[in-house]
Design a protein around this ligand. Structure first.
Ligand SMILES: *Cc1c(COP(=O)(O)O)cnc(C)c1O
Length: 357
């Protein structure tokens, strides 16, 4: 069986050697030594001033909305993982979907302004597959209407834009370190804030809103453990190798697939990509379903990522039409991509795809 992804793991001995430091101290959570070390190293790697290691990549989206007191409308993308929309709903705000750019698959910044109302408080956009949103345009709209910008940068670890980490943009960026992501800690994530005061508040939120005996604000439990931090400390030094191995797979697909028959998202020129996904957009949903079935018969799994378009979620109470996102999400499929995917597997997958397109 070839899965759509396979978790990169360090050697077990390397992992336990790092974990032993926590073991020896009998300190396995609550801002332990390994969590602190991982945060320092991540800040350095990403070049950001404030970063908090969190339990996953979803709670930080909720914390971001909370810290800016967002309660009304949030302009957001329909082409993302369900966590993006859910975080808005969970915080009691209203998602206002703006359709996507058919090339980058990120929110179409040229359509944002028309969706701004008196109730708009924030823009929450996703750098889809690590492709940068139209950051400058979004910034200028946000300035004009005094909106907060929150990026769901769950796919963007190791990606850069204009020479800086893609995670350094926006008032807040969040990332996921889930086992299926390019850099992972098993479960985990982070939240990155631009301003000192915001970072201070997020630190409080992360552990119940209190510092010792001082109960200062509302809070939640978004902490992560030494077990997860240890995995991160093992994986971070390997990130260059991981991305290089993924790039190799990516290029091998490019060489084999009939790219004239398959549309792919467009990557920005002034950006580095982390090769997190290999999305292909077929000419029709019918072809997608045929390809998916043929691959599955050969023990190869793929993922409809993202499907459905989030404006179609059945629990939303008003329907907002996003024709481009709905169309693309019906035709896009992520092919297997992980560091240990073999050339012969890429060959087989490509042959099956090529026959059906
Ligand atoms: C993975 C992912 C998340 C959720 O991250 P978790 O760590 O699984 O909570 C959120 N948004 C996007 C776009 C993702 O791909």
């Amino acid at each position: 069986m070839i899965n759509v992804t396979k978790t990169y793991l360090p050697s077990f001995d390397e992992y336990t050697a790092i974990l032993k430091r926590a073991w020896d101290k009998s300190w396995i959570t609550n801002n332990g030594e390994l969590v602190q070390e991982l945060e320092l190293k991540l800040k350095h790697y990403l070049g950001v001033p404030h970063l908090l290691f969190t339990s996953n990549g979803t709670v930080p989206l909720q914390m971001a909305l909370k810290v800016f007191n967002i309660k009304k409308e949030v302009i957001t993308t329909p082409f993302s993982y369900v966590a993006t929309t859910n975080s808005i709903l969970w915080e009691g705000a209203r998602p206002v979907f703006v359709d996507i750019d058919p090339h980058t698959l990120c929110i179409d910044a040229d359509k944002i302004e028309a969706a701004v109302t008196e109730d708009t408080e924030a823009i929450m956009a996703t750098h889809v597959y690590g492709i940068p949103c139209a950051i400058e345009k979004i910034d200028s709209i946000a300035q004009k209407y005094r909106l907060k910008v929150i990026y769901d940068a769950a796919h963007a670890f190791g990606c850069t834009y204009n020479g800086s980490s893609l995670l350094s943009y926006g008032d807040i960026s969040t990332c996921s370190f889930h086992a299926t992501k390019v850099f992972h800690t098993g479960e985990g994530g982070c939240i990155i804030a631009k301003e000192d005061g915001v970072a201070q508040q997020l630190l409080l939120y992360r552990s119940f809103g209190h510092l010792g005996d001082d109960y200062l604000s509302i809070g939640i439990n978004a902490k992560n453990s030494e077990f997860h931090a240890a995995l991160g400390l093992c994986n971070l030094p390997a990130i260059g190798e991981i991305i290089a191995a993924r790039k190799q797979v990516y290029l091998e697909y490019n060489n084999r697939l009939k790219l004239k028959k398959i549309q792919q998202p467009e990557f920005a020129k002034n950006a580095d990509y982390n090769y997190g996904y290999y999305p292909v957009i077929f000419e029709s949903e019918k072809i997608l379903l045929n390809v998916r079935e043929a691959l599955l018969k050969n023990g190869i799994s793929t993922r409809r990522y993202f499907y459905p378009s989030l404006n179609r979620l059945p629990f939303l109470n008003n329907f907002q039409h996003c024709p481009i996102s709905e169309d693309i999400s019906s035709r896009v499929l992520a092919l297997p991509l992980f560091t240990s995917l073999r050339t012969e597997d890429i060959n087989q997958i490509s042959c099956i795809v090529n026959e059906l397109v």
